[in-house]
Design a protein around this ligand. Sequence first.
Ligand code: GLN
Ligand code: ZN
Length: 725
Amino acid sequence: MRSYTYGFPRLSKQREFKKIVEGFWQSKVSEEELIKGLHRIEDNMRLIYSKYVEDFPSCEITAYDHMLDASIFYGLYKAHTLGEYFELCRGKKALELTKWFNTNYHYLVPDFCSSMPKLSSNVSILEEVKSLKENTKNLFFVGPFTFLKLSKNLPERYFEGTLIDVVEILIEFTKNKGIKSIHLDDPALVGDLNEKDKSSLKKAYSLFEKTQAKVNIFTYYDYVDDLDFLLDLPINGLGVDIVHDKGVNLEKLKRLKTDKTIFLGVVDGRNVWRTDIKKRLKVIGEISENIDDLIITNAAPLYHLPVSLDGSGISKELRNKLSFAQERLYELSLMVLKDQKKINNWIKDIDHDKYNKASIKEKIENLKNSNNFDRKKDYKERAKIQKELLNLPLFPTTTIGSFPQTEEVRRLRLLYKNGKIDKYSYKTFIKGEIAKAIKIQEEIGLDVLVHGEFERSDMVEFFAEKLEGIITTKNGWVISYGTRCYRPPIICGDVERTQPLTLDEVTFAQSLTSKPVKGMLTGPITILSWSYPRQDVEEKDIAYQLAIAIREEIKDYQDKGIKIIQIDEPAFKERAPIKKEEWEEYFDWAIKAFNLSISSAEPQTQIHTHMCYSEFGDIVDYIKQLDFDVLSIEASRSKGDIIKDFERVKFDRQIGLGVWDIHSPVVPEISDMESIVKRALRVIPKENFWLNPDCGLKTRIWEEVIPSLKNIMKLKDKLINLYGD
Ligand code: GLN
Ligand code: ZN
């Protein structure tokens, strides 16, 4: 049996990727040094690969994102220098950022605008970054179908023609370069393909017949609806996920007869629990009876996992049950070598009793039976009470929660974590930061203030540290977009809130001002989605456990006089299954979990929720079932496209469309923000409209934040002049 791998985290063990790219942004690293650094990272990845598996692709490195690279390659955008390249990531005209399938990785959305560009192969800066050489053995690239499916503003009628163009460009390029084989990451093929998609695919991918190169297409994250259809295409091999396929791929493979190569995805690329090698080998044995050319691989790219368990700081006992990217490669090698002793040593049963709490199980069972998570009064009545109590002006202004995490904030947090300063000094420092943030917000004149989230390393990790049943890691970093990383916690037991989570900081902030301070909590779906969940309990039950914890925190907030509370759910859409037929089931429990989490909110407490960087168009009906009072939603990079969807569902609650794209260091122009608002006001009554940035400000610096917020205030004055009575 042979093995193959791809998608190792480019981030690298010491986050070298982040350091070198950000170094370039800060002009501390030259273009030449950056390119060299990126090559070093790729070389190192290949070194790790070759230790464990036989084969892997080349040219896997990117300076920011593979979808952007594909956009440039096909000539949608021009980038001759790295400076021009990064303009597309974080400049004034930065592309929209959206979550990649049901993961927390964000890609840059190719935009075909209204005018169709003439596509042609254009390697420019990519040639150097990826070191695209003559005779590259196995070129890694985003699959043309996925590339176009995830693009925006490509009219349906042009889809097929464009797909054909794109495939032709790719074939031509590989021919000129004498490339031997092509690895195409094509996960959109697991989506719901209609007849039109299939006929376009057939026409376009049939062109692969013309290439000498072997084409291997990798699907992952779910099962393929029509395996025979894909295998009929003139390709050499197909990658199939048998970890997140709900057993469907596996059943089909057992009956499949093919002379093509099957890359069998046998180790999990999305979660961190060790693979039961024996069980897997049995399955592989069954499949290999009728498939001659079977190669084992990871079931999804490995970059959703941290690099390695080494230095993760996780207790030995738990570490023995886990597997990060490098350990996944080791698992592949175990399956090839079949060393019984090592295999026996690898998997250790979880001691469930240690992680389970009967009292939590009981609470969940009771909830399941009650099924009623409604708040005491409906929105209309609540809105009246809240209006009187809060007395906010027209176009109230607020922010999404976090303020700049400066060098100093991060330095002190590290000192505290390493035991170099005591809890009291750290808390005093954080209080100082909160006080500064309150003062700045009051000076700017914002209506609803936030404490700034200085105490939080990350919006999920912080909660994970305080809740029981979840553990955090020391260096288990994963890229979320560009160079931004987070450390997903691991949910290993029943989740319980045994202490307040954020009460101290929020109530301290409120004590400093007469304006309302918004309490800031991460919602159950987001904590679940941005962690690695345990596998012995249904995800829905984990979500309920988290919801109960949040509900208790809300109770405490209210007792301390907090009047506005925001529940962040940026992962609400992202966590939705790729297949639409599974949506009903998912949204049913996701909505229940969210509503359960806010069910302790009194009618006078104004509940906000925040979502960002997803395609919300097709889930507005579900968003409507969440019982919040105000929704703040990202809309600045997509320039308010979302509005028409809210019009369709007659959204009658309050909404804050993000008018400032906070992923870019550029201070937003009043006129740009104004056009988003004006468009929205055609649909949303002015009384319901809030002004805010499109996400938290922790990645920005104060020098960008203050002038930007001042511009939002000027926008508010202007709008009041225009629309006020
Ligand atoms: N309250 C969070 C913050 O401001 C929200 C972040 C997010 O949506 N990703 O940082
Ligand atoms: Zn956000």
